[in-house]
Design a protein around this ligand. Structure first.
Ligand code: SAM
Ligand code: ZN
Length: 456
C-alpha cells in the first residue's frame, strides 16, 4: 500500500496544467473566509483564506454517514479528499467515520498550514500506521499517481466547481476500490438550466434544454455523466443519494461504482417536457424515433423539449437512505423530537426513492395556472392522487361493489392500480414527484376545488 509523502517526486506542480482547470488562488466572492475558528458537529477548525461554506455542512453530514456505513460493512475505509479546502471533510472522515487513512489534497499549497493545523487533532502516525497525508496537486494528478501505484481508495470525494467534475470522473473511477464510493459535486446551474446545451454536451454528454424541474435535471445530468464514464471502463454506477442545494447551486451525488454493465442502458435515456400540455415523459434509446406527446395534434412535436441522455432512474436507494437514517439516529443527529434540517432532508429522500416516481416534478403553481384555479393544498392534492385509480375517478370501488358480486370486485380491484405514486421533492417545496400525467393532475385539482368535477 502506498502512503503518499509530501516529499514524493510527483508533488511538483504540473508543467502544463489543463487551461480549463481554474486558478487555485483565492478569488473575490466572499466565500473565501478570513481566518476564524469554526465549529461543525462539535469539531473546531479554522478556515484561513480557503473556500469554505457553512451551508455545505449538510452535504458533509451525508458524506460522513455514507463513509461510516462503508466502514461498518467492509471493516476498512481509505478516503481520498481530492479538493479538501481547509480540510474539514478530511477531519470529519477521520474523526466521525473513523477512516483508517485520508489523503487530503488541495491544489492550492497556500492552504497547507490551515489543513495541517486542522488535521493535527488526529495523531498522524508513521509508516503503515499513517492516518493522513496532505498533498497539493491537481486532482487528476493525485488520482492518476495513486492509480499507477495501485493505491486504491474506498471513498473518493471531489468537491469541485462548475462542471469541472467531468474532468476527474475517469481517473477517480480508476482509483476506486471495487464496490467503492464516489462523492461528486457540480455547481453548474447554467448547464442544468438548459442555458448552455453545448457545454452540458461537452462536459456530461447530455444536451440539456430548459425544463421546469431544471435542478433535478442537474442531478440527473451529473449522474448520467458518471454512467457514461463508468461504462467506458466496464463499470456501472448506483446513486445512493442525490442532493441539490440552492446555495451555489450545488449538486452532489454519492455513487457506488461496481464492475459490470448497466442492464440494457436501463435508466439512461431522454426526458421530454411538453410546453403545450405540461406533460413530461421518459424515452429509452430504442424509442428515439417515436418521441411525441399525446396532445400534439396541430402542434406536432414543436411543443416538445427533449433533454438527454440523462439518468432516469431513482435519485436515491431507499435501503441505503434507511441505513443513513438509522445511523444518524444512533449518533443523535436526528430523532430528538425537534425535526432538524438533516432529518427533514433524509425523510424526503426516502420518499423520493420510490422507483415508480418519474423524472422531474410537477409544480403546484403550474397545475393551478393550467387549471385556471387557486392551487389546492399540496397534502390534499397528494392524497387525492394516491387514491385515484387508473380509470380516473374517486368512487370506483363503491360503484363496482354495488354492481358486481364481491368476488369479482376483488379480482378487478387487484388488477387495478392503487393510485399514483407521489412524494414531495427535496428540491422544490411546492412540487410533487409522481407518475401521474399533468392532465390528470389538472382534473384532480379542479375536482378538489369544486370546479368541473364531473369531467374528472
Ligand atoms: C469547494 S472548495 C473545497 C471545499 C471543501 N471540500 C469543504 O467541504 O469545505 C474547492 C477546492 O478545490 C481546490 N481546487 C480547485 N481546482 C483544483 C484542482 N484541479 N485540483 C485540486 N484542487 C483544486 C480549490 O483550491 C478549493 O480549495
Ligand atoms: Zn403535450
Amino acid at each position: 500500500m502506498l502512503t503518499l509523502s509530501p516529499k514524493a517526486p510527483f508533488l511538483y506542480k504540473p508543467q502544463n496544467p489543463n487551461p480549463k482547470i481554474q486558478h487555485y488562488k483565492p478569488q473575490i466572492n466572499g466565500m473565501y473566509c478570513k481566518s476564524e475558528l469554526q465549529s461543525e458537529r462539535g469539531l473546531e477548525f479554522e478556515t484561513g483564506e480557503t473556500f469554505f461554506r457553512h451551508e455545505s455542512a449538510k452535504g458533509r453530514d451525508l458524506a460522513v454517514l455514507a463513509a461510516s456505513l462503508y466502514n461498518q460493512s467492509k471493516g476498512k475505509l481509505r478516503v481520498l479528499d481530492a479538493m479538501c479546502g481547509c480540510g474539514i471533510r478530511s477531519l470529519r472522515y477521520l474523526m466521525e467515520a473513523k477512516a483508517d487513512f485520508v489523503l487530503a489534497n488541495d491544489a492550492n499549497d497556500e492552504h497547507r498550514r490551515v489543513i495541517l493545523e486542522n488535521l493535527k487533532r488526529v495523531d498522524r502516525g508513521f509508516g503503515d500506521e499513517r492516518k493522513w497525508v496532505v498533498t497539493h496537486l491537481d486532482a487528476n494528478r493525485v488520482l492518476s499517481e495513486c492509480y499507477l501505484q495501485k493505491d486504491f481508495f474506498d471513498l473518493i470525494d471531489i468537491d469541485s466547481f462548475g462542471s469541472d467534475i467531468s474532468l476527474f470522473l475517469r481517473s477517480a473511477m480508476n482509483t476506486l476500490s471495487f464496490d467503492g464510493l464516489l462523492y461528486v459535486t457540480s455547481t453548474d446551474g447554467h448547464s442544468s438550466g438548459g442555458h448552455h446545451p453545448d457545454h452540458s454536451l461537452a462536459a456530461f454528454g447530455a444536451y440539456v434544454r430548459p425544463m421546469p424541474y431544471s435542478n433535478e435535471v442537474g442531478l440527473r445530468m451529473l449522474i448520467g455523466g458518471a454512467v457514461r464514464e463508468a461504462s467506458v471502463l466496464g463499470y456501472y454506477i448506483t446513486p445512493l443519494f442525490s442532493y441539490y442545494s440552492y446555495h451555489g447551486p450545488v449538486f452532489r451525488v454519492m455513487l457506488r461504482v461496481n464492475r459490470g454493465k448497466l442492464l440494457e442502458n436501463r435508466h439512461y435515456g431522454f426526458i421530454t417536457y411538453c410546453n403545450n400540455c405540461g406533460n413530461s415523459q421518459e424515452f429509452s434509446w430504442a424509442e428515439l424515433g417515436q418521441i411525441s406527446c399525446s396532445c400534439s395534434g396541430s402542434h406536432g412535436s414543436r411543443s416538445l423539449v427533449i433533454s438527454g441522455p440523462l439518468w432516469t432512474g431513482p435519485l436515491h436507494s431507499a435501503a441505503y437512505i434507511s441505513k443513513m437514517i438509522n445511523l444518524a439516529e444512533e449518533w443523535g443527529w436526528i430523532g430528538n423530537g425537534a425535526e432538524t434540517d438533516l432529518e427533514k432532508l433524509l425523510k424526503q429522500m426516502l420518499d423520493e426513492s420510490d422507483p415508480r416516481l418519474k423524472s422531474g416534478y410537477i409544480k403546484m403553481d403550474e397545475v393551478a395556472s393550467r387549471a385556471k384555479i387557486n392551487s389546492p393544498p399540496l397534502r390534499t392534492m397528494m392524497s387525492a392522487m394516491q387514491k385515484v385509480s387508473w380509470y380516473g375517478g374517486f368512487n370506483f370501488p363503491g360503484v363496482v361493489i354495488a354492481l358486481l358480486d364481491l368476488q369479482l370486485t376483488l379480482i378487478i380491484l387487484t388488477a387495478c392500480r392503487e393510485g399514483y405514486a407521489t412524494s414531495r421533492s427535496h428540491i422544490a417545496s411546492n412540487a410533487i414527484k409522481t407518475d401521474c400525467p399533468m392532465s390528470v393532475c389538472i382534473r384532480i385539482s379542479k375536482e378538489l376545488q369544486g370546479v368541473d368535477s364531473f369531467s374528472v
